[in-house]
Write a protein of this length. Structure first.
Length: 86
């Protein structure tokens, strides 16, 4: 019984190429993702992600908060690098 099952899996025909065609829907960027150009935007994004993280902590979502804290840390490092370059 098991032998015939593996035989059937080996004899499957590959899918036609048309099923792998690109999707007709175009990708739209996430509107929640802020722009990262310029020191003012880095400061604003840092503060924004800190606020989002704190809101997640209050809601009890520790994993979501950690995600936002990591984003905030990215912008903190961006601000630090920009200040060092000046």
């Amino acid at each position: 019984m098991q032998n015939s099952r593996t035989t059937n899996m080996r004899t499957r025909q590959p899918r036609p190429a048309s099923t792998f065609a690109p999707r007709s829907r175009q990708w739209t960027p996430n509107t929640a993702r802020p722009e990262s150009k310029g020191p003012q935007n880095a400061q604003r994004n840092y503060e924004r992600y800190l606020a989002l993280a704190q809101a997640e902590v209050q809601a009890g979502n520790v994993i979501g908060a950690e995600n936002y804290y990591q984003h905030a840390e990215h912008y903190f490092r961006t601000m630090s690098a920009e200040r060092g370059a000046v």
